[in-house]
Design a protein around this ligand. Structure first.
Ligand code: 6YU
Length: 502
C-alpha cells in the first residue's frame, strides 16, 4: 500500500466516523487510519461488567429504521435482536423517547404518585415538542431551551396543579428532574446553555430505540475487520498536523505532499489528504497546538462556540433486585427542587442530585441485576474526580434514602464512565450552544484549504458527530459524517487524473 503515485490518505481517529470513512474510500493509492488509544470504536465502548456486557458510551441505536445507517449496517452484520427487526418497531414515531415501564422514587423515601408524575412529564414533553415549532424571523421567544421552558412552565403550572399547593410543589420537583434528563440527552450542564433556535434542527428518526445484544462495540469491530490488515494503527496519537506544506519522503524526490502528520511516538506520515475525526472536545482543548498553520478564524470560532458537554454512566450490580421485575426505569425526584429556582452550585455536597435515575439492564439472565445511572454536567465531571469507593458509598446512601430502606444492601460492584477526563474525548458529545448555530456545524465540517481552486485541494477534511448538522451527538451522525468526507474525496479522485510527478 505504501509509496506509488496514487493519492495517500490518512484518517485520524478510529471511531465510527473514521472507520466509516475508511470503509467508503475508493480510488486512493494508500490509506492509513491512526488511532491514539489501544482500541477502535471511540465513544462506542462495550466492557464486561457483572455477568454481562455494559456500554460505557453509546447505548442505543436512536431511531432504528431503514433511514438510519447504523441500523442498516448492524442489520447487515446480523448484530440486532428480533425486536429491532419488527417493522412495527421501526415505524414507531417516539421522538427518541420511548416510554419504559417505570417507578419514580422521591427523596423523602416514597414512591411518587404516578398520576402527578405523568402530568408533569406530559407538560414537559409537550413544551419540548413546541420548541420544534417555527417562530418566524426574529421572533425567537428566548435564547436558550432552558429559558423558554421555564417561561412556559411559569405560565402553566398553576392551571396544571388545579391550585393545590402540595401537588404544584411535587410537579415542579418532577419538572426539575425532567430538565436533568434533558441535560443527559443533550449532553450539557444546563438547558440554559442549549440554543433554542437551532435546537429544532436536530432530527429524530422513527423507530423504538434498541441496543446491540452482543455489545455496541461489535459494530466497529466488524467494520475494522473489513479493512485490509495493517490499515489501522492503534496507540498512534497524532500530535500535530502541518498542512499547506511541501513535504518529501527521505530519499524520494519524485513526489511531494502538502500534509505532514506527526505522532507522539515520533513517527511521521506524509499525505495528500487527512480526514480528521477527533471529537470536538479534543479540538476545543488542542486545536491551537495541533494545526500548523492554525485553523482559519471562522473554524476556530465554530470550535469555540459549539457546545460539548459531559454525560456519564454509573453501573451498579446488586445481589438481588430491590425493584419489581416489570420495572425497567427507576426515576429519581428531589422533592424540594424546582426548575424555577437556581440549582445548587455546591458540587461536593450535592453532585449526586444531578443523577436522573437508573435504567434496569435487560434481560437479568444475561446481565445479572444491574442498574445504569445517568448523570450530566459539572456534577458528572465532579463525580469523575472521586474514587470508586466514594461513588459507591454515595450511591448506596442515595438509594437507601430514595427507597426509604436504611438496610438496603450496598451494590456488589460499581463501574462508571469518565468521559470528561478521557484525554482523546474530553466530554461526551456535542450540542448547539447559545451563541452558536447550525452554521457553525457546517463551518466545522468545511474542508481546508477553503479556496476550492487551490492546486492542492482537500488537504484537511473534518468528520465526527459534531460535524453533522441534523444528527449531531449520535452514532448515525458520526457514521454519515465519515461517509460524507470519503465521498468528497472519491469525487475528487474520480474527477482528477493521477497525481502529477514532481
Ligand atoms: C447514539 C446513544 N449515548 C452516551 C455516552 C457517550 C456518547 N452517544 P469518536 O470519539 O467515537 O472517535 C474519535 C476517535 O479519535 C477516538 O477513537 C479517539 O481516541 C481518537 N482520537 C482523538 N484524538 C486523537 C489523536 N490526537 N490522534 C489519534 N486519534 C485520536 N449515540 O447514537 N446513541 O445511546 C448514545 C452516548 C456516555 C459518551 C453517546 C450516543 C454518542 C456517540 O457515541 C458518538 O456520537 C459517536 O460514537 C461519535 O463517533 P465519532 O467517530 O464522531 O467520535 C433535540 C436534540 C438533542 C440532541 N441530542 C439527542 C441525541 C442523544 C444522543 N444520545 C446519547 C445518549 C447516549 C446514552
Amino acid at each position: 500500500m505504501e509509496g506509488g503515485t496514487g493519492r495517500r490518505v490518512l484518517v485520524v481517529g478510529a471511531g465510527l466516523a473514521g472507520l466509516g470513512a475508511a470503509q467508503r474510500l475508493r480510488g486512493h493509492g494508500s490509506l492509513r487510519l491512526l488511532e491514539a488509544s489501544a482500541r477502535a470504536g471511540g465513544r462506542v465502548c462495550t466492557q464486561p461488567f457483572a455477568s454481562g456486557l455494559v456500554e460505557m458510551g453509546a447505548h442505543w441505536i436512536h431511531g432504528p429504521s431503514p433511514g438510519n445507517p447504523i441500523f442498516r449496517l448492524a442489520t447487515d452484520y446480523g448484530l440486532l435482536g428480533p425486536e429491532a427487526a419488527q417493522e412495527e418497531n421501526q415505524r414507531a414515531e417516539v421522538g427518541g423517547r420511548a416510554p419504559l415501564p417505570s417507578v419514580t422514587y422521591g427523596s423523602s423515601g416514597r414512591v411518587l404518585d404516578p398520576q402527578v408524575v405523568s402530568q408533569a412529564r406530559d407538560l414537559f414533553d409537550s413544551l419540548l415538542a413546541s420548541t420544534h415549532t417555527s417562530w418566524g424571523a426574529g421572533k425567537v421567544p428566548a435564547p436558550s431551551v432552558g429559558q423558554y421552558l421555564r417561561a412556559e412552565i411559569t405560565r402553566r403550572i398553576s392551571a396544571l396543579a388545579g391550585g393545590q399547593e402540595e401537588v404544584q410543589r411535587l410537579q415542579l420537583a418532577v419538572l426539575a428532574a425532567c430538565f436533568k434528563l434533558e441535560c443527559c440527552i443533550s449532553g450539557t450542564h444546563s438547558m440554559d446553555l442549549v440554543a433554542l433556535e437551532p435546537f429544532r434542527e436536530y432530527v429524530s428518526l422513527p423507530g423504538v430505540d434498541c441496543t446491540v445484544p452482543g455489545g455496541y462495540s461489535s459494530l466497529p469491530q466488524r467494520m475494522l475487520s473489513t479493512l485490509p490488515e495493517g490499515t489501522v494503527l492503534l496507540n498512534k496519537e497524532v500530535k500535530s498536523i502541518q498542512w499547506r506544506g511541501s513535504f518529501r519522503e527521505e530519499g524520494d524526490d519524485t513526489r511531494d505532499f502538502p500534509v505532514q502528520v506527526e505522532c507522539k511516538d515520533g513517527d511521521t506520515f506524509l499525505a495528500d489528504h487527512v480526514i480528521i475525526t477527533v471529537p470536538l472536545g479534543f479540538l476545543k482543548e488542542c486545536h491551537q497546538d495541533f494545526f500548523h498553520p492554525p485553523l482559519p478564524k471562522r473554524k476556530a470560532e465554530a470550535i469555540h462556540h459549539l457546545g460539548f458537554g459531559t454525560n456519564n454512566k454509573i453501573f451498579l450490580e446488586f445481589e438481588q433486585p430491590f425493584w419489581e421485575p416489570q420495572q425497567q426505569l427507576l426515576e429519581v425526584v428531589w422533592e424540594d427542587e424546582s426548575p424555577l429556582e437556581e440549582p445548587s452550585t455546591d458540587l461536593e455536597a450535592n453532585w449526586f442530585k444531578k443523577l436522573v435515575g437508573f435504567v434496569v439492564l435487560q434481560p437479568p439472565e444475561q446481565h445479572g441485576h444491574v442498574l445504569c445511572g445517568f448523570i450530566a454536567g459539572k456534577e458528572s465531571e465532579y463525580m469523575e474526580t472521586l474514587s470508586d469507593g466514594e461513588v459507591l458509598s454515595t450511591m448506596t446512601r442515595v438509594l437507601r434514602m430514595l427507597t426509604g430502606n436504611p438496610c438496603l444492601p450496598a451494590p456488589r460492584s460499581m463501574l462508571r464512565s469518565q468521559w470528561h477526563s478521557a484525554p482523546y474525548t474530553r466530554g461526551s458529545y456535542s450540542y448547539v450552544a447559545v451563541g452558536s448555530s447550525g452554521d457553525d456545524i457546517d463551518t466545522l465540517a468545511q474542508p481546508l484549504p477553503e479556496d476550492t481552486k487551490d492546486s492542492r485541494p482537500l488537504q484537511l477534511l473534518f468528520a465526527g458527530e459534531a460535524t453533522h448538522r441534523t444528527f449531531y451527538s449520535t452514532t448515525h451522525g458520526a457514521l454519515l459524517s465519515g461517509w460524507r468526507e470519503a465521498e468528497r474525496l472519491n469525487k475528487l479522485f474520480e474527477a482528477s487524473s493521477p497525481i502529477p510527478q514532481q
